[in-house]
Design a protein around this ligand. Structure first.
Ligand code: NI
Length: 238
């Protein structure tokens, strides 16, 4: 793991500092980058929601942590400023369908529309881009590998925050299950989930974790994201 991991850590430092001379990387390219660097991705579904998402963005900014937001198209109107803020502050913005639809048994045409409508709304706010998909409930439509025009993201840690809505339970469940390269599923529409997320950032940063976007997590691990493929963590496929 030595060489690849060191190269990956360096790549991340470059990604996070925008390749500018921040002092994090010295002339030999290895200073201050250790084997102990651990990466993890927080992901938030079902938003944006003004009060909770704003508080989350404030907390992430304060901590220098990046995250990934999978947005429901129907929630976008009126929250354009929050979405612009996500992108400006280094977060990844993705697609969670237009109406939070179960794609499992939907027709190909419906699947295409559900994705395209949100994609167009994001294009209008952020400019054309590759807005990765988290299918609601993690359920794939038939023939996803040819139907879905972007990489897809599932998760490896699910604290079921929507069920308990209990900050301590959610925090404990994440800290018990998390490991380097985890993708953590949360929902930024619950105050308890925002509190849990920020507590998790504080605890894991103290343990040497860096919070990166899903795209960064894959890149750091040498994974080249492909359209129509679902990614569950930053670990290389077995
Ligand atoms: Ni959802």
């Amino acid at each position: 793991m030595g060489k690849r991991r060191t190269a990956a850590a360096l790549l991340c430092a470059l990604l996070l500092t925008g390749c500018a001379g921040s002092g994090a990387v010295e002339a030999d390219g290895t200073a201050q980058i250790t084997e102990e660097v651990k990466y993890v991705a927080l992901t938030f579904d079902d938003g944006p929601r003004r009060a909770t998402t704003t508080r989350l963005l404030d907390g992430l900014k304060e901590r220098g942590a990046a995250a990934t937001f999978f947005l429901v198209g129907e929630e976008i109107a009126g929250n354009e400023d929050l979405i612009r803020r996500m992108a400006e502050e280094g977060h990844q913005v993705g697609n969670h369908t237009w109406s939070h639809m179960r794609l499992e048994n939907a027709s190909p045409e419906t699947v295409r529309q559900e994705i395209q409508r949100t994609d167009e709304a994001l294009d209008a706010i952020l400019g054309p881009g590759s807005y990765w998909l988290r299918p609601p409930y993690g359920l794939l439509p038939a023939k996803a590998e040819t139907l879905i025009p972007v990489p897809m993201v599932k998760w490896s840690v699910d604290p079921r925050d929507w069920e308990s809505r209990d900050t301590k339970k959610v925090t404990d469940a994440i800290l018990k299950a998390v490991k380097p390269n985890s993708i953590i599923l949360l929902h930024d529409i619950y105050p308890t989930s925002v509190d849990a997320a920020l507590q998790v950032v504080d605890t894991l940063q103290a343990q040497g974790y860096w919070f990166v976007t899903v795209e960064e997590l894959l890149t750091i691990n040498g994974i080249k994201p492909e359209k129509g493929v679902m990614y569950r963590s930053g670990d290389l496929p077995a």
